[in-house]
Design a protein around this ligand. Structure first.
Ligand code: S3P
Length: 426
């Protein structure tokens, strides 16, 4: 599918976005192994979170869904069933890596795979700690999906994360639920903590001391009523769009503001963005609020060290902003971008080049000079949702109509993206 994006005169209005992808995955997985019913409102409409629901259904968990309303009839820690076939995580790294932790604790063997992009993403980062806990996991070429996971009774481990990855941290913590004793995960760089927050909400015993997380095995998890805040990483596209198109003013309602995710807002403000947060609330340990953003010239900046991990999903759209900023954007310490849904250093650079925007590709990042204009161009999502949406935003500031090929990739996290954009753009 191809989408046409016309340059926008102004963006205005008030929008509400689908539920947070990271939080939705975690609520669904914990609901599956909790006792009793969990009802979730504003569950992510993205295909990735749909993949998580299909996997837990295949594991014998009754799931009913009506748009963003999901009802999961939890089976308890020992109630999952041997699935009839191979589990399909689709495009979703979160599904395969986090669910592997739960599969490692089962008495049956499971196979799990995904689409072409997922089949190229490294799984050894989660296989290694799960093997230390006692699971036996086979993978294509030792590290790629499909995975074959033979679990059983697990041993608790004390694990220092070698890569900053919330998916891996979560996989180990979820496996820790099935271990006898306390499992410890140590992070050197803080990553999103939705798993720790959600585990507590479902009744697990979780202790967080600095960057050390301890979870006790064999808890009794109980089904709950939950509402997912809207996804800040999806809001990022609209925040950048409003900053880029002069005269714009937008309100994005009910957005998740978990402090381990909200570095984006501080970074944009440090660049000169005009952002205000209104109507702050808190549900199930996750803060949310309305974000008011107004167009403003932005200075530019550097994303490196811990900040890189904190902004990892927002970097593609920040690169678009960086090219239009006063002083440009430097991204470093971002080798992880090369193993996302696409090699995002390469796919960002290629799309910038198509619009006549200069960018220096570094082994672990990009150096994008500022004050550059986007020519009308044909962009390619390369099958990556965040690349499709980032370059749709570039199209709003381009010298003429742009096209996005393979634009349907956006539906992995945000099927309503183009409709929402049309609603606010004049
Ligand atoms: C996620 C963690 C991050 C992020 C991904 C979602 C999560 O991945 O890029 O979109 O929900 O835990 P890594 O764990 O690979 O850093």
């Amino acid at each position: 599918m191809e989408e046409r994006i016309s340059p926008a005169r102004v963006l205005s209005g008030s929008i509400r976005l689908p539920g947070d992808k990271s939080v939705s995955h975690r609520y669904a997985m914990l609901a599956a192994i909790a006792e009793g019913v969990t009802s979730i409102r504003n569950y992510s409409t993205g295909a990735d979170c749909g993949s998580t629901l299909s996997c837990i259904r295949a594991l014998g968990v009754p799931v009913e869904r009506d748009g963003g309303e999901v009802r999961i009839d939890g089976r308890g820690l020992d109630g999952l069933k041997d699935p009839a076939g191979i589990l399909d995580a689709g495009n979703s790294g979160s599904t395969i890596r986090m669910l592997s932790g739960i599969l490692a604790g089962q008495s049956f063997a499971t196979r799990i795979t995904g689409d072409e992009s997922l089949a190229r993403r490294p799984m050894d980062r989660v296989m290694k700690p799960l093997a230390e806990m006692g699971a036996s996991i086979q993978a294509r070429e030792g590290r790629f999906p499909p995975l074959e996971i033979r679990g059983g009774r697990l041993r608790p481990i004390d694990y220092k994360l070698p890569v900053p990855s919330a998916q891996v941290k979560s996989g180990v913590l979820l496996a820790g639920l099935f271990a006898d004793g306390a499992t410890i995960v140590r992070e050197s760089v803080q990553t999103r903590d939705h798993t720790e927050v959600a585990l507590r909400e479902f009744g697990a015993d979780v202790e967080v001391l600095g960057r050390t997380i301890t979870v006790k095995g064999r808890p009794k998890l109980t089904g709950r009523e939950l509402t997912v805040p809207s996804d800040l990483s999806s809001a990022a596209f609209f925040l950048v769009a409003a900053l880029l198109v002069p005269g714009s003013k937008l309100v994005i309602e009910g957005v998740g503001l978990n402090p381990t995710r909200s570095a984006l807002l501080d970074f944009l403000v440090s660049m000169g963005a005009r952002i205000r947060i209104l109507n702050i609330s808190q549900a199930a340990g996750e803060p949310a609020g309305d974000i008011l953003v107004e167009s403003a010239p932005v200075r530019g900046g550097v994303i490196e060290k811990e900040l890189t991990a904190a902004l990892i999903d927002e970097i593609p759209v920040l690169c678009v902003l960086g090219a239009a900023s006063e002083n440009g954007l430097v991204v470093r310490d971002a080798a992880e971008l090369r193993v996302k849904e696409t090699d995002r250093i390469a796919t960002v650079a290629e799309n910038l080049r198509r619009a006549g925007v200069e960018a220096e590709v570094l082994p672990d990042g990009l150096n994008i000079p500022g004050r550059q204009n986007f020519r009308a161009a044909s962009f390619d999502s390369f099958g990556d949702h965040r690349i499709a949406m980032a370059f749709a935003v570039a199209g709003l500031r381009a010298g003429g109509e742009c096209t996005i090929t393979r634009a349907e990739a956006a539906s992995v996290s945000f099927p309503e993206f183009y409709d929402t954009l049309r609603k606010i753009a004049e």
